[in-house]
Ligand binder design. Structure first.
Ligand code: 13P
Length: 338
């Protein structure tokens, strides 16, 4: 394990004013996105869509890295250049999602899952590194409601995240450690903060047991938000206050940065929350974005399989807004101006 390389890559992923584009939708997930705009889920369409995103002029100013799905890592742009090379040539670090998805957790509560994909991961990581990936992502999922979360779900997912992270670092690949507490319940933001705190405590305990180098990883958590079915939605300031407190209580300052998932928040709210957290100031880690839906929704709609220029324009705008939010310099008025 090269500690210096891992630390440099992790710092690059959370460089000031930049964040991550999560474009690692599996073939099944991208189908849902394409269904929404009436585009057929074929390999050429997936390639064309990602070509539009990665060829957006200037997006690299706000984007430190892109999380790719395995298919995309081994695909080439429409101009014939491997996507990983195209990104690297713009100073954007290529990464890859390596988990094999969340499966029902044996002995768990209803809807609880355990993320699979550890078997054979050591060998796959070598192949991915060879293809240009410098970081990886693994997502563990925790649900709230119907008696969940159980300690079973939290402990097994934290253990798997640490196993994955240790394997990544052995291959000089920076692990994005993503424990996602879903926001689709009817719980309050206070409950989300409480559950996420428990989850993060367990994740860092498992990372410690498995000798994961904190300086060579990036944490990708959810924010402390209200469930979408909760009658009272926490304000932007409340979400920022709870999220920062939760991180301060759980995340060692040795971790270079935290790159949030958007988890189903609207584009603008995800930006406003990140901005509000960064305005708190005096934090030991960089706080940035690693958004999927909140970075792509507008671009996907504008593109709709046809309009490449409109897609790029929408993508650049969202990337720029989130880049500003990662510095605590976003203003709502900038959205209207655009
Ligand atoms: P969302 O921002 O759409 O939640 O996706 C981020 C991600 O990579 C989930 O694993």
């Amino acid at each position: 394990m090269n500690e210096k390389t891992l630390n440099e890559t992790a710092l690059g992923m959370v460089a000031p004013g930049r964040g991550l584009l999560a474009a690692d939708e599996s073939t099944g997930t991208i189908k849902k996105r394409f269904d929404g705009i009436g585009v057929e889920n074929t390999e050429p369409n997936r390639r064309a869509y990602r070509d539009m995103l990665f060829n957006t002029p200037g997006f690299e100013k706000h984007t430190s890295g892109v999380i790719l799905f395995e298919e995309t890592l081994f695909q080439s742009s429409l101009a014939g250049e491997p996507f990983s090379k195209l990104l690297a040539s713009k100073g954007v670090i290529p990464g890859i999602k390596v988990d094999k998805g969340a499966k029902p957790l044996p002995g768990g509560k209803p809807d609880e899952t355990i993320t699979e994909g550890l078997d054979g991961l050591r060998e796959r990581l070598l192949k991915y590194r060879e293809a240009g990936a410098r970081f990886a992502k693994w997502r563990g999922v925790i649900v709230i409601g119907n008696g969940a979360p159980s300690y079973n779900a939290i402990q097994t997912n934290a253990h798997a995240l640490a196993r994955y992270a240790a394997l990544c670092q052995e291959a000089d690949i920076v692990p994005i450690v993503e424990p996602e507490v879903l926001m689709d319940g009817d719980n309050t933001a206070a409950t989300c903060e409480e559950v996420t705190t428990w989850v993060l405590k367990e994740v860092f305990q498992q990372l410690y047991y498995q000798n994961v180098l904190l300086e060579g990883m990036v944490l990708k958590p959810n924010m402390a938000v209200s469930g979408i079915r909760c009658a009272t939605q926490a304000s932007v300031d409340e979400v920022a206050e709870r999220s920062v407190r939760m991180l301060r209580n759980c995340v060692p300052s040795a971790v270079p940065g935290v790159a949030f998932l958007s988890g189903g928040q609207s584009d603008e709210l995800a930006t406003a929350h990140l901005d509000a957290m960064n305005r708190v100031g005096n934090l030991p880690w960089k706080l940035t974005f690693s958004y999927g839906r909140a970075l792509q929704a507008a671009a996907l709609k504008a593109w709709s399989g046809k309009d490449v220029e409109a897609g790029k324009k929408a993508h650049l705008h969202r990337a720029r807004m989130n880049g500003l939010a990662s510095l605590g310099q976003w203003e709502a008025a900038l959205e209207k101006a655009a």
